[in-house]
Design a protein around this ligand. Structure first.
Ligand code: GTP
Length: 235
């Protein structure tokens, strides 16, 4: 395996699978099995998951809701997904710990970096819920922040497209995929890799990022092996 410790970023929308809202159990179990495969291969795994399948703060703001309120609701949505994923992982025999950026000690451990690193060293899968715990940030920023804090080797951003393209491949069939990019190239080309906060955090801390298609079975193992799937963004 090329990477010893990874931070896997999953989108909340992806958990919907074929559904219009909420969590598709088949998709959840599919992800759990993919994660199990890399865990068994010896990879230390931290996970950040979004909440867009349940609630989106930005959209709520457009509907007239206070942005801060909407963002906190979004953070709670990520906790629901994190708990669902934790259950799915445990149902197939994996050891996990869930840490929340917002204190809710009846439900999850509070985020404590030193404890998270210890869990990872013991090969427990650590899920970081509630984003960064602050409004005006995204779960991409949470992924970048936590990856840097626990000294992950790479962020693996699982999406439904197989990498970064020069234009939206779902709208433009002639779109061209990049295999490798530097952060500067991605910025100059105006590519929408992550939000700027997350992007800058990664760049300044030399945190590599791979964008890949998480819905293709077997892809996660390939990425962790370093098989060149998806698009690698590095300094
Ligand atoms: P080690 O110290 O490395 O053995 O880690 P550990 O996680 O096994 O020890 P700990 O005694 O801290 O945790 C035991 C269990 O309690 C784990 O499942 C934790 O996730 C859980 N746990 C620990 N702290 C909290 C908390 O504040 N709230 C909740 N809900 N669970 C917690």
């Amino acid at each position: 395996m090329k990477y010893k410790r990874i931070l896997l970023k999953l989108s909340g929308e992806a958990l919907m699978g074929e559904k219009q809202f909420g969590i598709d159990n088949n998709r959840l179990m599919q992800y759990a099995k993919e994660i199990k495969a890399i865990q068994e291969a010896g990879t230390q795994i931290a996970i950040v998951i979004g909440g867009g399948n349940i609630f989106r703060g930005v959209q709520a703001e457009r509907g007239g809701m206070d942005r801060t309120q909407g963002d906190y609701m979004g953070m709670l949505a990520t906790m629901i997904n994190s708990m669902a994923l934790q259950s799915a992982l445990e149902s197939i025999g994996l050891e996990t710990r869930l840490q929340s950026a917002i204190t809710m000690k009846e439900v999850a451990e509070p985020f404590i970096k030193r404890k998270a690193v210890r869990h990872l060293a013991k090969n427990r899968i650590v899920i970081f819920g509630a984003g960064t715990g602050n409004p005006f940030f995204t779960t991409d920023s949470a992924a970048a922040l936590r990856a840097i804090e626990v000294e992950a080797d790479v962020i693996l951003k699982g999406t439904r497209v197989d990498g970064i393209y020069n234009m939206d491949p779902e709208k433009n069939p002639e779109a061209i995929k990049f295999d490798n990019l530097t952060f500067d190239e991605a910025y100059k080309k105006g590519l929408n890799v992550m939000d700027m906060t997350a992007f800058t955090l990664c760049k300044e801390n030399k945190m590599e990022l791979i964008v890949f298609d998480m819905n293709q079975p077997g892809n996660l193992v390939k990425v962790v092996k370093g098989e060149g799937i998806g698009t690698l963004v590095a300094v």
